[in-house]
Design a protein around this ligand. Structure first.
Ligand code: NAD
Length: 291
């Protein structure tokens, strides 16, 4: 059993903390929202009234926060009080530079640290089937592994500091681009009189196959579990896809990588969000692409 402080108990952090409790760990939680803290108490997380109180006797701290600025602020505060040797794991999706700065804060306080963003969404968080993409030392990865196992199914050590965030934004850039490609193909097929099922039957078993068509088909019918069959309720909200595409563009700009399709995908999701669709599943972008 490990004493864990869990900071940020929102849509993702809440169910992840609940799975740590289920695995037998003692979890103290802190969130700026008192309603969220109250809900966390309902699934066995001991609510703390401050960050300090949550982390006071923690052997490990997990953060699940909106952006890099929040992670740096929370890590900047908690490294002043936690014991040397404490394991710090950030599971938020943030920019690579902030992730590396967070590792530096931890190292300066003799803590061990891991960036470990996730994929799998709120469903994966609840079911404990998330994929973790981890960046940090071999030692930090080995220490964190049993905790990550309680919250996820697949755990990949991607490299040193920031490598988890790098893998996450590269993966989601592929996803954003491929979804737009699949949506364009279905929109074109419709205009050519091709049925959704016929295009699916061909493309899902031919060279066009990819997750965006085989598992998450953006039209209703061929894949009954995809959000298209459920009025595009997320799933994975378009606003979160936009966030990840923007992080990828920021990173590409910073290191001089050419990502023209990533840039185009970011612009299209930005337009989609500005039209008021940020809360819908990202595959709903097919409606905008139909024109
Ligand atoms: P959320 O907004 O539901 O939760 C974030 C929580 O952090 C909120 O409850 C907020 O009150 C709390 N918070 C903010 N600043 C804080 C502080 N200083 N101290 C304590 N608590 C603070 O967001 P979410 O959907 O749970 O996403 C969290 C992270 O996970 C984001 O980086 C997101 O990009 C990433 N992510 C989300 C999903 C998803 O499907 N929701 C999937 C993969 C990754």
């Amino acid at each position: 059993m490990t004493n864990i402080a869990f900071i940020g108990l929102g849509n993702m952090g809440g169910p992840m903390a609940a799975n740590l409790v289920k695995a037998g760990h003692r979890v103290k939680g802190f969130d700026l929202s008192s309603e969220i803290l109250l809900a966390a108490a309902g699934y066995g997380v001991a609510p703390a009234t401050s960050l300090d109180e949550a982390t006071a006797d923690a052997e490990a701290v997990v953060t699940m926060l909106p952006k890099g600025v929040h992670v740096l602020s929370v890590w900047g505060d908690l490294v002043k009080t936690v014991k040397p040797g404490t394991l710090l794991i950030d599971c938020s999706t943030i920019d690579v530079d902030s992730a590396r700065r967070a590792h530096e804060l931890a190292a300066a306080a003799d803590c061990i640290s891991l960036d470990a963003p996730v994929s799998g969404g709120t469903g994966g968080a609840a079911a404990g089937t998330l994929t973790f993409m981890a960046g940090g030392s071999d030692g930090a990865f080995a220490n964190a592994h049993p905790l990550l196992e309680a919250m996820g199914k697949k755990i990949v050590h991607c490299g040193g500091s920031g490598a988890g965030q790098a893998a996450k934004i590269c993966n989601n850039m592929i996803l954003g681009i491929s979804m737009i490609g699949v949506c364009e193909a279905f929109a074109l097929g419709e205009k050519l009189g091709l049925s959704h099922q016929a295009l699916f039957d061909v493309a899902s078993t031919s060279s066009g196959q990819c997750w965006s068509i085989n598992t998450y088909c953006p039209v209703p019918g061929p894949v009954p579990t995809s959000p298209a069959n459920n009025e595009y309720r997320p799933g994975f909200a378009a606003a979160l896809m936009l966030k990840d595409l923007k992080l990828a563009q920021e990173a590409a700009l910073g290191c001089g990588a050419a990502t023209p399709l990533g840039a185009e995908a970011a612009q299209l999701f930005d337009l989609f969000a500005k039209q008021g669709h940020g809360g819908r599943d990202f595959s709903a972008i097919i409606e905008m692409l139909r024109g």
